[in-house]
Design a binder for this molecule. Structure first.
Ligand code: PLP
Length: 442
């Protein structure tokens, strides 16, 4: 079935983008929103309900971004809205402890292997704090990360690989001094030999290794079977801490995140974990936690300083708690079923249009690489045909489906993606895949 694109005016979004660019760099408050990777004008959204976004021109889109992950239940879920409204009416921030914080932390402790947890306001804060704690706990300075894994905009983690595998890295952006990344080792993902070599050479200086539990920020690149376990064991053998960053995968891939699908089955636990996105239900809440003896080093119990004026904010904790309580086994089963419908449909559309493609996933989180072979690391991910993706993205957008505006991002589903929303995606795919075919080949 073919759908003609409805005439979608973007006049109001265009006007707002002009206003925005006059006062905000690039017109956006986080870079990927700017559409730089796909061209065109970002849609300015006025409201969202369930699986659908409405923009300032009155256009509706099926949302496959879901605020980059948080909206597990869909937009404006009535029970989340009610929890937030009730919380707001009681005041917006106290700077003193509340029961809501305790309950949210208890919910996360019940779902994951962490023994102690500290709430913060963003994923960036969570990873930054976890690394500080790992350094403080071990008395070591070196941090190991993988190319293509994103852990927020922490100076020491905005690092690009140096010239050799076990050489220290260089800043990945201006504004980060070389001194901030000279203690960071950047390795290729899924590469056991590189990890072994780095630990053989620098093991007694390594405070921690941080990895996305299943990378989703270079597109979805799942860990090879046993890779996370290997990382946990390698860290243990060298007295380094294993930090599993579940800001994206936590409470999304399963009720216990990516760990629920590997560590829980294989019988290992990370020393520290970081969470964000889903656990805030669309409000700013994030967390880091793990082994009690490690977390014990955190102020005010221990010497490692960490703090936040709005940490554990009562509105954010209310939204997060309502979201997690509603994130039942049925929700995860639904997300899985929707993903099982969409993945083969996406593959069929690209195959019919003759576009080389690989679909990779962990749980219901998946992404499409427009390339002809599986992607195991960042170098492989970069072989994706970005021009073809840009054409695909815009053809989908014209047909009412809002994909991530970058070829290197996961597609996110929600409990609110019902048959009507799924059908709208299915209807748009064939034409969009043909648009990709026409634009591809760069
Ligand atoms: C989104 C993300 C972060 C950063 O979280 P912010 O809330 O944007 O600071 C960190 N790690 C991973 C894996 C993420 O996906």
């Amino acid at each position: 079935m073919t759908t003609a694109p409805t005439a979608r005016s973007t006049t109001a979004s265009d006007a707002l983008f002009d206003r925005a660019r006059a006062v905000t760099p690039g017109g956006v408050n986080s870079p990927v929103r700017a559409f730089n990777a796909v061209g065109g004008t970002p849609r300015f959204i006025t409201s969202a309900h369930g699986a659908w976004l409405t923009d300032v021109d009155g256009n509706e889109y099926v949302d496959l971004v879901c605020s980059w992950g948080p909206m597990l239940l869909g937009h404006a879920h009535p029970e989340v809205v009610a929890a937030v409204q009730a919380a707001v009416a009681r005041g917006t921030s106290y700077g003193t402890p509340t029961e809501g914080e305790v309950t949210l932390v208890e919910e996360i402790v019940a779902r994951t292997p962490v023994e102690r947890l500290r709430l913060v306001s963003s994923g960036t804060e969570a990873t930054m704090s976890a690394i500080r704690l790992a350094r403080g706990f071990t008395g070591r300075d070196v941090v190991v990360k993988f190319a293509g894994c994103y852990h927020g905009h922490v100076d020491s983690l905005l690092a690009a690989a140096g010239s050799g595998l076990t050489t220290f890295s260089i800043p990945g952006t201006p504004g980060v001094p070389a001194s901030s990344t000279e203690l960071t080792l950047v390795l290729p993902y899924n590469d056991r030999e590189a990890v072994a070599a780095a630990f053989a050479e620098h093991g007694d200086r390594i405070a921690c290794l941080i990895t996305e539990a299943a990378p989703g920020n270079m597109g979805v690149v799942p860990p090879a079977p046993g890779f996370n376990q290997f990382l946990a064991e390698t860290c243990r053998a060298h007295g380094a801490l294993f930090i599993s960053d579940e800001v994206m995968t936590g409470f999304r891939v399963s009720r216990s995140g990516q760990w629920g699908t590997d560590g829980a089955v294989e019988g290992w636990t990370p020393d520290l974990m970081t969470f964000g996105k889903v656990m805030g239900g669309g409000l700013p809440a994030a967390a880091f936690g793990g082994r009690a003896d490690v977390m014990h080093h955190l102020a005010p119990e221990g010497p490692v300083y960490q703090a936040g004026t709005l940490s554990g904010n009562p509105i954010a904790t209310a939204a997060g708690l309502a979201t997690l309580r509603l994130a039942t086994d049925e929700v995860y089963a639904h997300l899985g079923a929707v993903a099982d419908t969409l993945r083969p449909a996406v593959a069929d559309a690209f195959a019919a249009a003759g576009v080389p493609h690989v679909i990779q996933s962990t749980g219901s989180m998946f992404s499409v690489f427009l390339t002809d072979r599986p992607v195991t690391d960042y170098a492989e991910a970069q072989r994706t045909d970005s021009a073809a993706y840009g054409a695909f993205f815009h053809a989908m957008l014209d047909r009412g489906v809002h994909l991530p505006p970058s070829a290197y991002e996961a597609w996110f589903l929600s409990a609110a993606h019902d048959d009507r929303a799924v059908q709208a995606v299915l209807d748009a795919l064939p034409d969009a895949a043909r648009a990709a075919a026409a634009a591809g080949g760069n």
